[in-house]
Design a protein. Structure first.
Length: 290
């Protein structure tokens, strides 16, 4: 009834035999001794590593349960303070946010909300990428989060009479013979006709211009064939300007005319009009005399 050590075994007693008896059974004895040694080694190994029945692994080998609150700082969006939905990472600084949050933020700023680094001078949306692995981790950690998000998206489209978008299914790549080709993903490219980047700087307005909406995006990429007249129409529409308000657009020390194209202005005025690759235009608001 006393407990025995793990891996211990009883060894049968053996009586000595004569040389003549052992000589005939030499091969059998060797086989039996090898089998006994293997059994002893297996028993000793089980005792060393604790793998016998009834034995448990040490505390260090056990899985440690982690509370979700310990991981919360790593799976929360710093803009909306909620769990990541469509996790999207800025390639410049590797900070991650919800896709809708960071896209909405870039309407007003071209800097990272967390570290304030300039993501892109004119189009910060070029430097964000979806982080599907992180999103999968969030969905596995937070119970029912994925199901709730899918239901909300379904209800959103149904309430507005829109077709619910179907999840993209990866298409199988047909096998090719010979040297495998490198498959490139879809890469967004700037259209070649948008060859001029401009920076619109506000220089103020005189009294009587009334209330106007500040320009949200001062970095714009347009065609070099666009004229100053097009720029003025853009400013009037975005700022909700009154028709009586006059818009003066200046580049350097030159007051620009409506018919001048951006490419012509850049060529005539030269490098003094360019800052970090951007054509800098200043605009002011003046009340037209009656």
């Amino acid at each position: 009834g006393a407990p025995s050590c793990s891996g211990s075994r009883s060894v049968p007693c053996e009586f000595p035999r004569s040389r003549s008896e052992s000589s005939g059974d030499e091969d059998d004895d060797d086989d039996e001794e090898e089998e006994e040694e293997e059994e002893e080694m297996e028993g000793d190994g089980a005792a060393r590593f604790g793998t016998d029945d009834g034995e448990h692994d040490s505390d260090d080998d056990r899985e440690r349960m982690i509370n979700l609150t310990e991981l919360t700082p790593y799976i929360l969006c710093s803009i909306c303070k909620g769990y990541f939905i469509d996790a999207t990472t800025i390639t410049e600084c590797l900070h991650t946010f919800c896709k809708s949050c960071i896209v909405r933020h870039f309407y007003y700023s071209n800097r990272c909300p967390k570290c304030n680094i300039v993501v892109h001078q004119t189009q910060p949306l070029y430097n964000i990428r979806p982080d599907r692995q992180l999103q999968d981790i969030v969905y596995k950690l937070v119970v029912n989060l994925e199901e709730r998000e899918k239901k909300q998206m379904h209800d959103f489209y149904k309430e507005r009479g829109l077709e619910v978008p179907k999840p993209a299914v990866p298409q199988p790549v047909p096998p090719s013979r010979g040297r495998p080709r490198k498959v490139l993903g879809s890469v967004f490219r700037i259209p070649p006709e948008l060859d001029i980047s401009i920076l619109l700087e506000f220089i103020g307005a005189n009294e009587g211009t009334g209330n106007f909406k500040p320009l949200e995006k001062k970095f714009v990429r347009v065609s070099g064939e666009a004229t100053i007249g097009h720029v003025e129409k853009f400013l009037r529409r975005k700022m909700d300007l009154d028709p009586t308000c006059q818009v003066d657009i200046i580049c350097g020390d030159h007051l620009l005319e409506h018919y001048q194209t951006l490419r012509e202005i850049r060529q005539v005025i030269g490098e003094s009009a360019v800052q970090d690759g951007l054509l800098v235009l200043h605009y002011g608001l003046v009340v037209s005399p009656l």
